[in-house]
Design a protein around this ligand. Structure first.
Ligand SMILES: NC(=O)C1=CN([C@@H]2O[C@H](COP(=O)(O)OP(=O)(O)OC[C@H]3O[C@@H](n4cnc5c(N)ncnc54)[C@H](O)[C@@H]3O)[C@@H](O)[C@H]2O)C=CC1
Ligand SMILES: O=C(CO)COP(=O)(O)O
Length: 603
């Protein structure tokens, strides 16, 4: 319209108080003197992207993704600001701006001529922005309102009651020294604001072996320059605190940057900050990583209920499940249900000690929300840790959970001194039952998932070098040597505080199998469970078809407790120590190497 200069003078008059906003706006409209056709022409020649400053779209998108309500409060005219708001995804009822008064054609109702300013709008008057904010707050009881503006009069919107809580001075269009000096927060564009917001706070919930190795990788990434815009450098680590040689473990980790009790030798990095309070560690985290023995997860979820940031994203590295009367609950489902946040899973052949040595390893991130999965991939991926995204989170988590049972079987084979052929048989049958069981519970699980790193990859690694294999091997050998020890004893002796997941998972899975009378369908799972609970001797691992088909009192869905004699019972001793395969009343006795698994001892 060729009157930019004069319009600028009018705006400055309002800022220095020599003119009321209403008078300046009327004068501006008089200068502009536009027709409806002029407005249409302007909008078509100046589409929203050409009128927006760099970074504003990303800022609004980030805020909205985090559930922040974004408003547009402008001294400009609705005719011109509404298309901008629509482009940014800001609904009409969140736009406060001035309005032009148009004369309308009597017949068509269409605007024909500009007749001045609509003085009924709040923004037409002094302190209009503050009043707009007060109206927003009356309608919605927002906890905190931050206002981004470019003038001293905008800044006053935080000083008045009912105004904003925080003011951010904006010098992206024009630098105003007086605003920069008067404000605590001042930015010269939207990009720094978008960057500031995009820095996600990361909290690791757990501090065991895998938790430490994973924290080591995350801390390497968050400290890396090219990811500095995305993640805060510090990674908080919740530690189930305890005394370690006269100091709290939290203190030890923060001073030595190493978890000397549970995972000595793995340098965590100075940016891993241990925290003894679960609530404090999780409270303002945007990304929550759950990694602790699965049996503790229910208590953690219950403690965190209502205490995590709305909109936070979680990922579970935990391999295990919970069994309730109504059915199984995966750990990711538990997180979603108790904490009301999305939860991905990270599963793979990821033996913690090897990852801490930075040896090549691969994992999948199973996801429902792709944005979250991509963010977690950035957080974890290292040159030695390759990640692929998999849209089958349930399949991936089932693989991670079930392979621990098979690893017990592999350990028994090793303990019995058998070679790779036998172990391969157990692994193959195990993989087949893992798939069958997963699909029986969750028919939507993908077949291909079992061939990924979370499936066959993890199964092979755990059966070769995992803790479940190791302890099951020692347990088997101890029995063969006549020096039977419980899994609990060996876990404490060998793992020194780290936890086995396979024995608990075997019992949990067997609960499901038993309820559904699936013993014959899952002979390996069933046989392993019977062995660890002392109902069959370890050598029966190679006779799993037969072992799964047997009906053993108290272990099957059948009520029948009379069983035919069978060679396997050659080693059976009565629970009172008498040798033989029958107690003389025709009842089969459980094979009882003193304390197969004390937690499960059945008399
Ligand atoms: N260690 C490994 O190589 C891998 C482990 N995983 C899985 O990750 C999960 C966590 O394993 P890790 O980090 O290795 O743990 P871990 O096996 O080292 O367990 C020790 C941890 O349990 C914690 N703990 C003990 N009592 C507790 C309680 N009452 N409440 C809460 N925490 C308690 C200890 O403070 C310690 O941090 C498991 O589900 C495991 O199957 C997955 C891949 C690899
Ligand atoms: O899950 C694991 C490797 O991926 C670790 O298995 P273990 O708990 O048997 O060591």
């Amino acid at each position: 319209m060729g009157c930019k200069e004069e319009v600028g003078v009018l705006s400055r008059n309002v800022q220095d108080g020599s003119m009321t906003p209403e008078a300046a706006l009327e004068a501006k409209l008089g200068l502009i003197g536009c027709s409806p056709a002029d407005v249409r022409c302007f909008l078509s020649t100046h589409p929203p992207p050409s009128r927006l400053l760099p970074g504003v779209e990303a800022l609004v998108k980030t805020l909205q993704a985090r559930g922040v309500a974004v408003y547009l409060v402008s001294g400009g005219f609705r005719e011109l600001t509404l298309p901008l708001a629509a482009h940014l995804g800001i609904p009409k009822d969140r736009v406060f701006a001035n309005r032009m008064n148009w004369q309308a054609d009597d017949e068509t109702g269409e605007a024909t001529r500009l007749v001045g300013l609509d003085a009924s709008e709040l923004l037409a008057h002094a302190a209009g922005k503050r009043k707009a904010i007060a109206r927003i707050r009356q309608k919605h009881p927002y906890h905190t309102v931050a206002f981004v503006g470019n003038s001293l009069s905008d800044m006053r919107a935080v000083e008045a009651p009912g105004g904003a809580d925080v003011f951010i001075g904006f010098g992206g269009v024009e630098h105003r020294e007086e605003v920069a000096l008067a404000t605590e927060w001042y930015v010269d564009g939207f990009r720094p604001l978008a960057r500031g917001l995009a820095r996600y706070k990361v909290a690791m919930i757990g501090s065991g072996a895998w938790a430490c190795a994973a924290a080591h990788m995350m801390a390497q990434n968050t400290a890396q320059h090219d990811l500095a815009d995305e993640f805060l450098t510090d990674v908080t680590m919740w530690v189930h605190d305890e005394d370690y040689k006269g100091r709290s473990l939290v203190q030890v980790i923060n001073e030595e940057h190493e978890n000397l009790k549970y995972f000595p030798g793995c340098r965590l990095g100075p940016n891993v900050v241990a925290e003894g309070s679960l609530e404090a560690a999780a409270a303002d985290a945007d990304l929550l990583i759950f990694c602790l023995p699965h049996q503790y997860m229910l208590g953690v979820c219950q403690q965190l209920m209502g205490k995590v940031k709305p909109g936070a994203a979680a990922i579970s590295l935990i391999k295990g499940m919970r069994v309730q009367p109504e059915g199984p609950q995966l750990i990711s489902q538990m997180v979603r249900r108790y904490l009301n946040i999305d939860c991905c899973v990270l599963m793979g052949a990821n033996i913690a000690t090897d990852i801490a040595k930075e040896e090549l390893s691969e994992a999948v991130i199973g996801y429902q929300n792709l944005d979250h999965a991509e963010r977690f991939k950035k957080l974890f991926e290292r040159p030695y840790f390759r990640i692929t995204l998999l849209p089958d989170p349930v399949g991936a988590e089932m693989c991670g959970t079930l392979k621990n049972i098979v690893a017990l079987g592999a350990g028994m084979v090793d303990g019995l001194g058998m070679g790779p052929n036998t172990k391969a048989t157990i692994i193959r049958q195990g993989l087949s039952e893992m798939r069958e069981f997963s699909k029986a519970l969750y028919p939507g699980v993908h077949d291909q998932t079992f061939l990924e790193g979370c499936g066959v990859g993890d199964l092979v690694a755990t059966c070769a070098g995992g803790r479940n294999r190791l302890v099951a091997c020692a347990w088997t050998k101890a029995q063969l040597e006549g020096n039977a020890k419980s899994f609990g004893t060996l876990e404490a002796e060998i793992l020194k505080g780290q936890k086995l997941q396979g024995t608990l998972t075997s019992d949990e899975v067997q609960e499901i199998i038993k309820r559904r009378a699936w013993e014959k369908r899952f002979p390996l799972f069933t046989t392993i469970n019977r062995i660890i609970n002392g109902h069959l001797p370890p050598k029966y691992i190679t006779n799993y078809i037969e072992g799964g088909a047997m009906e053993i009192p108290g272990t099957t869905s059948s009520e029948e407790d009379h069983l035919p004699a069978c060679p396997v019972y050659n080693n059976i001793v009565s629970t009172n120590g008498a040798n033989g395969n029958s107690n003389g009343n025709g009842h089969v006795l459980r094979w009882s190497p003193v304390n197969a698994n004390p937690a499960e001892t059945v008399v």
